[in-house]
Design a binder for this molecule. Structure first.
Ligand code: ATP
Ligand code: MG
Length: 297
């Protein structure tokens, strides 16, 4: 039996045991991505985490921007261990979580995920069990992906029940968002009903401009890919946010009355009030990680 098959069996048994058939016990997994780099993903991830945390939710950010330590710079926390220590060097899942402000946990992706080739059956079972522990300590797992449309980013998006697509009104950002969506819809493992995609319009100057970003993307997706996007909301262009970034601060903490911080709060509330993708009942973090690991074989 190959390792992918072993992993599938472990997950299947876990599901059959119905360990967690209650949706409220599963951490909600949200992948934050964009077509074009530099449009505000990492900022968004950290500010959404802060707003969710202020709303009483337990949040873990997973920095899947392998190599470039985006979130750690913003957090001012240097992680001692990363995902590779967990996957390949038998560190516990708790050991690789670095505490940040407002009790937000942070997991660094390290230098990448290479697959499962060196793990035996027992290690795989262990891995799935310990990833599952995240459901006990987090309500939300936010995954911040790297720049550009790489296979690795697509695999994360495909494996996620919920995706936040950050786009700005710039034509190049819209075109690149569409390229990402096209690559996603054509990806062999993408299942339309299993992934809900919410658009966030960033750096806009008005409500109308934010809505237009969504309308443009949704119309090409429905016309050419026969898909459907949701609109989560907008974050305005805000000098206060740029100032906060320069000081390595998070605007939602350092300047809660700024326009962007208020928009992050409103957007987080929308997100909390919205229904979550029912697929996540059987698609927790363990399933997601295993989908991802299997796709790397
Ligand atoms: N709403 C906003 N208002 C003003 N400036 C913004 C806003 N959002 C993002 N920026 C600016 O854009 C810069 C890039 O943001 P960020 O690092 O979050 O992008 P990213 O998408 O994570 O980039 P990468 O693709 O390289 O990971 C920020 O440092 C900030 O200066
Ligand atoms: Mg980033």
């Amino acid at each position: 039996m190959d390792q992918a098959q072993q992993l599938r069996n472990v997950i299947k048994r876990r599901e059959q045991n119905n360990l967690r058939d209650d949706l409220s016990q599963m951490a909600r997994i949200v992948t934050i991505t964009s077509g074009k780099g530099g449009v505000g993903k990492s900022n968004f991830a950290v500010n959404l985490a802060v707003q969710l945390s202020k709303a009483g939710k337990r949040v873990i950010i997973f920095d899947a921007d392998f190599g470039l330590a985006n979130v750690e710079v913003m957090f001012g926390a240097v992680p001692q261990y990363n995902l590779s220590d967990f996957l390949y060097r038998r560190k516990g899942i708790q050991d690789i979580i670095t505490p940040g402000p407002l009790d937000i946990g942070f997991i660094s992706g390290g230098s990448g995920i290479i697959g499962l080739n060196n793990l035996d059956r027992e290690q795989i079972t262990d891995l799935v069990r310990s990833v599952d522990l995240l459901n006990d300590i987090a309500d939300f797992i936010l995954i911040d992906t790297g720049a550009g449309i790489s296979e690795q980013v697509l695999e994360f998006v495909v494996a996620s029940p919920e995706v936040l697509l950050i786009s700005t009104p710039e034509p190049s950002s819209l075109t690149d968002s569409y390229s990402l969506l096209k690559a996603l819809y054509r990806h062999p493992n993408f299942v339309v009903d299993a992934t809900r995609i919410h658009v966030v319009s960033n750096r806009v100057v008005s409500e109308d401009e934010g809505q237009a970003v969504y309308d443009k993307l949704n119309s090409v997706v429905s016309q050419f890919l026969h898909g459907q996007l949701d609109y989560l909301g907008l974050i305005p262009q805000d000098a206060a946010l740029e100032r906060a970034v320069k000081q390595q601060k998070t605007v939602s903490i350092s300047d809660p009355n700024s326009r962007s911080a208020k928009a992050f709060a409103a957007l987080a509330a929308n997100f909390l009030n919205g229904t979550r993708n029912p697929v996540s009942v059987h698609w927790g973090i363990a399933q997601m990680l295993s989908n991802f690991l299997m796709s790397r074989k």
